[in-house]
Structures are given as C-alpha cells and as structure tokens.
Write a protein that binds this ligand. Structure first.
Ligand SMILES: [Zn+2]
Length: 318
C-alpha cells in the first residue's frame, strides 16, 4: 500500500488539515508546539533534539496517510495541528515544547538531546497575548498580561512591559528578545543561541532551559536611580549662609557594596558637609565627611522590586 506523498519546498505548517499519521522527511528545523500532536510522536535520526516533553514511550505509528518530503526548511506543528500520530525522519533540529504530545514521545538515533521540565505548569497557549511564529521577523509587543511566545529562528522581538508578570516561551534558535519596563518574566527557553536581555527593573526566573548557548542578561542597575540629591543640587539648595547638607555621589570603583557586602552594579557614597555657602558655593567648610555606602540591594531609595538576591542573579548565568 502506498501512501500519498507530496513534495514541498520551504517552510511547512501542520495545522489540522493533514490526514494522520503524518510523516515529515528530512526537514531542517521542526518546532512542535504545546498541544500539537494528539497521538504519538516518533523522532528518528535527528541531530539535536530539545524537549520540554519527556520522551521514553513507544510510539505506535500505523500506515502513513500523509508523507511530506522535498526540500523542507522549517516545519511548524501548531497547537491542535495533528489529530493523530507523527513521524519525523532525519531532521537537523527538533524543538518540542511542554505537553506537546498527548500520546508517547519516542526519540531514536539522535546525536544529542536536551531535556528539561518545569516544576510549574505554563499557561495554556491560547491565553497568551502574542504568539510570533516564523523566521527573521521583527516584532514589538506592548504591555503583555499573560504571555508571549516566539517560535522559530532569527526573530527579533522587543517587549515593552509595564509591571506585569508574564511568561516568555522561546522555542528555536538565534532569537533576540529585549524586555523593557518593570515587572517579571517566567522564561522557558527551548533551543540554542537565543538571547534575552532585560531592563534592570525586570525580574527574570528561568523556568526551563533545555538547550545550549542561550544567554539571559539583566542591564546594570542605573546608578543615577540611587542618587536622591546630587552634589550640585545640594549646593544649589544651600545657596547662602552656614548649612549642613547631605548628598550622594557614584562610588565608581566599587563592584561590591561596602555597606552591605552584596555584589552590586551600582554603589553610591553618602557625603555630609557643614559649610558656609555663598551663592551656592561652599567658601568655608566647618566639617565634611563621607564613607557611608549604599547599593541597589540595600538602598531605601531603590525600587523594591529590583532587589534580586545574589543567588537569583547567579542562577541566570548558569
Ligand atoms: Zn549595599
């Protein structure tokens, strides 16, 4: 019995129209989204497999009804994309999100496999604010509430957050994500060579990361945000006569805080002056002192949400 075979070139998307079982032959990258395969998934002879769904079952695949072969670049299996079994043969990279396969996932003959699982359930994909799928796309997302997913390769996504706590689900390779604003992210990273860069006021937790060469970085804390009164502002304010003033200056050469001992991006030194001022200039100093230090960890002036503990910081760069 011969199965109907179709020759394709470029990218293919399975979104429910193909009669299962489906066989996908020799694609470059395959992205299997959460909830994509209703039956079993068998991955044969792939080079790299990155998966948030545990493998180990035995996939029972019946006679193939749809065979997709040709010059296939990327294959995308959407949520609800296949109402039965799937076989993927000779793929380069296969990226599998959590709960992507309702039946068994069996992986045979892969060169290298990366597996991770989250201890907390990610949100259902249909609750996400934005789902970006494809190759080389440039997208801006404003104020997500629940989640943003990026699936594919070489995408560049900029997210303007306010103070929300949202999920970022990144599947594929070489994607660059920038997150600004205040708030927090639960990050799922399935793949390789992805970059996630966030503002100093964003709190990041890496929930899953099956893969390699991914980087997550947090901007240095802006030292000016710790300075309540600068020297020039204090002098201006003092203006005329004998005044006791305090102000803060950046302690540029410190990479840990002499005040609390934490490793710090930003350290300020507190100064006091008791001086006689003439038009905002100290013409005679009765007393001057310094030496009290503060950083983004211990300053009462820092945004309360930004205080990542040292161990949280280190976790990001494992
Ligand atoms: Zn400190």
């Amino acid at each position: 019995m011969s199965s109907p075979s179709t020759t394709y070139s470029g990218d293919i998307t399975l979104n429910g129209d193909e009669q299962p079982p489906v066989k996908l032959v020799d694609p470059e990258n395959v992205h299997v989204k959460s909830g994509a395969v209703d039956g079993d998934l068998k991955v044969l002879n792939a080079e790299y497999v990155y998966t948030n769904t545990p493998a180990g079952g035995t996939a029972e695949i019946g006679d193939i009804e749809t065979e997709i072969s040709g010059t296939i670049e990327d294959g995308y299996l959407e949520s609800g994309g296949v109402s039965g079994d799937v076989v993927v043969v000779d793929a380069e990279d296969v990226f599998i999100e959590h709960e992507a396969v309702d039946g068994d996932l069996q992986i045979i003959g892969d060169e290298q496999r990366f597996h991770d699982e989250s201890d907390t359930e990610p949100h259902p994909r249909n609750q996400y604010d934005e789902s970006i799928t494809g190759w080389d796309r440039e997208v801006s997302v404003t104020e997500p509430d629940t989640g943003v997913s990026v699936t594919g390769g070489r995408n560049s996504v900029r997210i303007e957050n306010t103070e929300a706590e949202f999920e970022l689900y990144l599947t594929g390779w070489n994607n660059d994500i920038r997150v600004d604003g205040h708030g927090s992210i639960r990050l799922h990273l399935v793949g390789s060579n992805n970059t996630v860069e966030v503002s100093a006021y964003t709190d990041v937790t890496v929930a899953t990361e099956p893969g390699h060469d991914n980087t997550v970085s947090v901007d240095d804390f802006p030292v000016e945000d710790l300075i309540k009164t600068s020297q020039s502002a204090a002098y201006r304010e003092a203006f005329m006569g004998r005044k006791k003033i305090t102000y803060q200056v950046p302690a540029m050469d410190e990479d840990y805080c002499p005040g609390c001992g934490a490793t710090a991006d930003a350290v300020i030194e507190r100064h006091q002056e008791d001086a006689f001022f003439l038009f905002g200039y100290p013409i005679y100093q009765f007393e001057a002192g310094s030496g009290s230090y503060e950083c983004e960890e211990c300053s009462a002036h820092a945004h309360p949400d930004v205080r990542l503990s040292e161990s949280e910081r280190k976790d990001l760069f494992k």
